[in-house]
Design a protein around this ligand. Sequence first.
Ligand SMILES: [Zn+2]
Length: 389
Amino acid sequence: MVEKMKISVLIKRLVFLACAFALMFSVAFATIDDEIRQRELEKEHLLQIIDEINASLNENRKFQEDVNIKIINTNLKLGEIEREINDISDKIATTEDEIRLKEKEVAELNRLVDEKQELLNKRLRVMYKEGSVGYLEVLLGSDSLEELLSRADILQTIVKSDQDMIVELEDAKALAQKKKEELAAKKEHLAELLGQKIVKKEEQEALLADLHAYSLELIQDEEALQEAVAIRAAEQAEIDRIIERLELSKLAYVGGDFIWPVPSSYRITSPFGYRPELAYLGAGSFHNGMDIGANWGEDVLAAQSGTVVTATTMWGYGNVLMIDHGGGMVTVYGHLSEIYVSQGQDVQVGDVVAAIGSTGISTGPHLHFEVRDNGERKDPMEYVGQYVR
Ligand SMILES: [Zn+2]
């Protein structure tokens, strides 16, 4: 009865696509560029899906508007039909009253006809009981021919008048009967009309129920679609974040030599590499950075320009700062008393980024300085050795 929006299939398809998308995350990539290309494809795919869902949302809203208009129109139509039904019912009641009146009229005329017939019969019986003699006597009892003719006339006139009266009454009765039958026919027609209107009313009520049910369905679809858009938008934001991180990590090294990170001291208290004196620590016996002894609170400089990727507190390192210099080169500054920069911030070579401290596992104020090349710890002396040799 109601032309419906084909939406459930679309929603099912969107759910299927979401699963396909989720699978893509588990694929391994040969190079950063490969991954970025793949993520861009995923993003494009997601944007298409979002477009499709938004198109469905627009369609859904149009359908909702249509349905609301149909509901209003159906209610108007129902009101009209109900008015018609009341009107017809009134007419039927009036017609029934008229029929009852006509029935009374017919009965009354019937009674009058019977009465007149009775009277006429009486007269005729009187006239003929006496036989032609009696009748003749009445006539012969006349004193003159004029009187005789007159008497005969009068008798004939009386009988004629009675007969005429009966005919008139019969005519009136027939007319009333006919009128009554017409009224009965009219009532029958009205009853038929009423039946049709009631069927129409039931049809409109069924339509209205369908429209209300469909409207509810559309509202639920709209909610599902909005939820789907929100999920896809969140996925898209996640991909954007991944792409941004990938782009950052494939940045070329900013270039140039590292500078010495502690301008107040060139004293190396513990070099990079195996430390036999700490052999009892097991894995801890390998020192993956270089310690520079200095006074508490003295400046720590960015060894090269880059972006702060970590500014936090970590077990062992205490307050720690990591700067990404592009090309996979990262410097790490540990045991800091204070950090002056925050994650995501760009810094220039030589910027004061932190202060010497002894946080984390440390026996006194010093800077633990690491150089990492694509995640591999390198001996910092290879990068800043020229300053102390
Ligand atoms: Zn150290």
